[in-house]
Ligand binder design. Sequence first.
Ligand code: AHR
Length: 503
Amino acid sequence: MVSARLTIDPQFAVGPVNPRLFGSFVEHLGRCVYDGIYEPAHPKADASGFRTDVMELVKELGVSAIRYPGGNFVSGFRWEDSVGPRDQRPRRLDLAWHSTETNEVGLHEFSSWLEKVGSELMLAVNLGTRGTEEALDLLEYTNIRSGTELSERRVANGRAEPFRIKMWCLGNEMDGPWQLGHRSADDYGKIASRTAKAMRQLDPSVELVVCGSSSAQMPTFGEWERVVLTHSYDDVDYISCHAYYEEKNGDLGSFLASASNMDHFIESVVATADHVKAVKGSSKTINISFDEWNVWYIQRFEQIEKIEGIDNWPTAPRLLEDAYSVADAVVFGNLLMSLLKHADRVTSASLAQLVNVIAPIMTEPGGPAWKQTTFFPFALTSKLAKGNALEVKLEAETYATEVYGVVPLIDAVATHDADTGSTSVFLVNRSQTEEATVTIDVTALRGVIVLDAQTLSDDDVYAKNTLDQPDRVGLSRNKSVAVRDGIVELTLPPVSWTSVNLG
Ligand code: AHR
């Protein structure tokens, strides 16, 4: 039996939980848009062709802002293709995913879908094959009320009110050799700075995200951030982080410790941004937009799924359709905990992605939509994590991993909402064999009761929800939880994620 102790005290605040931490990402990739959120022939499609069953699941997931339209896709995207009369929109090659983009769903349609699901739009501009001028054109189209060529074009296309988009990504993963228009840190830092200045000249209220490294494993990681921010520090608000984790070579122990690597990644980027701040003598702080994070079996994509062939450009192919296990969901919930632990600096994040493509929601054409295992920790965390994130002063046993060194067997973070008096604790047990007994000192909360405790676990850590068995895995009430004399005690099964809600 593993044991751990933690203390919850609203005085140990890390920072406010920004609702934008619970963002997601919709890319024109595979079946995320077509046959995902949009399927006009589906019996549950609304008059605009959007699946209402998917919309209901997106609302239940509690997604705040959605990054769009890519991803690698955006680096070859011509935004003008995606607006105006649908029957005149061009079909284009999508070089990023070797597919055909029909442009049937574009900026207006996606924005109206966002209004239906109650999420904010976070838009990326193409700094791969395009540059400052096209970014300005798009911003004029979306954010200027009327009276100019491009704002009037938007009005003529049926949208009288401007979209007034606040969050903008200055390209995508420009450090990656796979990226169309990939650049050196120096070249990208310069164009990002120029584009950011120009965009602010047009609309000073925009919030701008400059590209950080596409992963901490990139050979330029660290130096990329330093150089890019040296060029653009005064012009941007956020630097992006991207991270994907997968179980490799059957090493579940290391995989379960992925969040400790994410902690380290965030802290390294914060240190680099603050180094540039110090060198510049700036009083401004750059925060992190962790705008791609998830479990992703990239090896499977590289080895099996990649599409090739000069005459082979399918529309909405099945790509990156990972089916997630219980172990994946435990790691996933732990990654969300890592974001919460750094809420003072990670003020925006996007789960990559939302539907069908490495997604918490899956669909079958003409058939059902269902929840993957990862749906559950996201939906509960976005619902419960309000107010301030709290450091929990964790004391736990450790274990050695092949990849990430020695890490705690238990991980935990809490949030406290002073307005409602509600406190939530999120925990994982990384042990593959042992239950864990956790004691939580809540004396500082003065007489709280346990409102609910939910656990995700299974005897088969590789159990999944599939088309044939859509409800195989779900949450169950953790009946072990009890509170007495200011101490909450509960048991966590091996390889599990748990939330406890106190009020
Ligand atoms: O989310 C899938 C892909 O991962 C994105 O298009 C890209 O930005 C990243 O490499």
